[in-house]
Design a protein. Structure first.
Length: 398
C-alpha cells in the first residue's frame, strides 16, 4: 500500500473509532477531533458511506444556520464475537457495531485450570456458535475475550491460567478459528466499558472494582484506561493484608482476595455451616467431586431475603474490601469508585460497609473527594469491554 493509501486508511479508522464511541457526531466535531480539514472529513465520510460503514442519522442542534447532519455507524456495518471466561464457566454472544448484544449469551462450562481443555472448549464454542447464527460472516471483525488473571492485552498473553510459553493464547485461538483474537483482563474490560459507555464516561480518575469469583480493579487515570508497563496494573486483590493468612490461588498467603471476593464468601459460608450456623444457605450446598460447594450468588440472594448469616458475610466482605480500597484512594485520589459484578445486586448490604471502612481508614480530604456508585451497564459488562478492546485494536490508528 502506498503511504497516501495507508494515511487514508488510518484516517478512516480514526473516524470509525470516534463514531463507535460517540454513536453520532457532526462533521464539525470530527474536524475538531481529528485535526483534518472539513473537505477531507467530508470526502472520507462519503467513501465510508459507500463502503457501508457510515450513514446520516438525523440533524444536530443548529447554532444559527442550517441544522448540521449527524453521522453515525450503520448498526450492522460489522460484528464482533464476544466471550467472557470465568474460572468455572464461559459465555459467548455476538455484538454489532452499535454495541447491541444480538443473541442471548450462551453459557458453557469450563475449568480454566486445565489450559489445553479450555482452548479446545473456547474454539469449539466459537465454531458451534458461528454455525448457528444468521449474519453475514464476512462482516465479523474478530473475537474479543475477557479473562481473569494477569493479562497483557497488547501481546495477547494470559500468565496465570492460559500460558503456553512461546505461543500466546490469542495466537493459538486465531490459528484454531481463523479469526483475529484480542484478549483483556476482566476487570480492565469492565473499566473500559465504564469509560466508553458507562458512569466513567466524563470522569478523569476512577476505580472500577469488579467483585466476582475473584476481585479485580480497573484503573482510569487522566481519562484513560491505565494498564501499566506490562498490562498488569490494578492487581490490588493480591496485596497482602493478613499475616500468615490463607493460601491464595496466586501462590501467596493472605491476599485481599482471600477475604474479599465471591470465593471468599463461599468459603466463609461453608465454614459457618460446618460450625452449625442457623442459615437457609444449607439448602444450596452441593457435593461436587467429593467437595462441598456453594455459589456466591446464593449468598447474595439469601441476604436479600433477610438471612442474617448471609448478611453478615456480605458485611464482612464489604468491610475488608473497603479497607483495601482505602489504600487505593490514598494513593490515587480518584473522584469515583464504580462497583461492577453480579454481587452488587446486594446493593447497600455491601456498599455501606465499604463506605464505613473508607470513613475509618481514609484521610477526610481524600474521602470527601470520592463518591461510590454501582455500574448500570449490567451483567454483560465484561463482554462489552472485551468487544471495545477488540474494536479499538482492529480499527487501530497507529
Ligand atoms: Zn493472591
Amino acid at each position: 500500500m502506498s503511504v497516501k493509501k495507508i494515511k487514508k486508511r488510518l484516517n478512516k479508522n480514526r473516524i470509525i473509532k470516534l463514531l463507535y464511541i460517540h454513536k453520532s457526531l457532526t462533521n464539525a466535531f470530527l474536524v475538531k477531533e481529528t485535526g483534518l480539514s472539513l473537505p477531507t472529513v467530508s470526502n472520507l465520510l462519503k467513501e465510508l458511506s459507500e463502503e457501508g460503514y457510515v450513514k446520516i442519522q438525523g440533524y444536530g442542534a443548529s447554532s444559527g444556520g442550517r441544522k448540521p447532519n449527524l453521522v453515525g455507524l450503520q448498526k450492522d456495518s460489522f460484528y464482533s464475537i464476544a466471550i467472557e471466561v470465568e474460572r468455572r464457566f464461559g459465555k459467548i454472544t455476538l455484538m454489532n457495531s452499535n454495541n447491541d448484544i444480538l443473541y442471548e449469551p450462551v453459557q458453557f462450562e469450563l475449568n480454566i485450570y486445565d489450559k489445553f481443555e479450555t482452548v479446545e472448549i473456547i474454539s469449539y464454542q466459537i465454531s458451534n456458535f458461528i454455525s448457528k447464527i444468521s449474519v453475514d460472516k464476512d462482516k465479523i471483525i474478530g473475537v474479543g475475550i475477557s479473562l481473569p488473571g494477569l493479562t497483557n492485552a497488547q501481546k495477547g498473553i494470559n500468565y496465570n491460567f492460559l500460558n503456553f510459553g512461546d505461543k500466546t493464547v490469542a495466537d493459538i485461538l486465531k490459528e484454531k478459528t481463523g479469526f483475529e483474537v484480542k484478549i483483556i483482563n476482566d476487570a480492565q474490560a469492565r473499566a473500559l466499558a465504564e469509560l466508553r459507555f458507562g458512569k466513567a464516561k466524563n470522569v478523569q480518575n476512577a476505580l472500577v472494582i469488579y467483585l466476582g469469583n475473584g476481585l479485580g480493579t480497573g484503573l482510569i487515570l487522566n481519562g484513560k484506561l491505565y494498564q501499566g508497563s506490562t498490562g498488569f496494573a490494578g492487581e490490588f486483590s493480591h496485596i497482602p493484608v493478613v499475616e500468615n493468612g490463607l493460601l491464595c490461588h496466586c501462590g501467596k498467603r493472605g491476599c485481599l482476595e482471600t477475604i474479599a471476593s465471591g470465593s471468599a464468601m463461599e468459603r466463609m459460608a461453608l465454614e459457618g455451616i460446618e460450625q452449625g450456623e442457623h442459615t437457609e444457605l444449607v439448602k444450596y450446598v452441593k457435593e461436587k467431586r467429593g467437595k462441598k460447594q456453594l455459589f456466591y450468588m446464593d449468598i447474595v440472594d439469601s441476604a436479600l431475603r433477610g438471612d442474617s448469616f448471609a448478611i453478615e458475610i456480605l458485611s464482612k466482605t464489604g468491610t475488608e474490601l473497603g479497607r483495601g480500597i482505602s489504600m487505593l484512594v490514598q494513593i490515587l485520589n480518584p473522584e469515583l469508585i464504580i462497583f461492577s459484578g453480579q454481587i452488587l445486586k446486594a446493593g447497600h448490604l455491601i456498599t455501606i460497609p465499604v463506605e464505613h471502612s473508607l470513613i475509618k481508614y481514609c484521610l477526610n480530604e481524600l474521602r470527601e473527594a470520592v463518591s461510590i456508585d454501582i455500574s448500570d451497564i449490567g451483567k454483560e459488562a465484561s463482554l462489552i469491554g472485551a468487544v471495545i478492546n477488540l474494536t479499538e485494536n482492529i480499527f487501530s490508528t497507529q
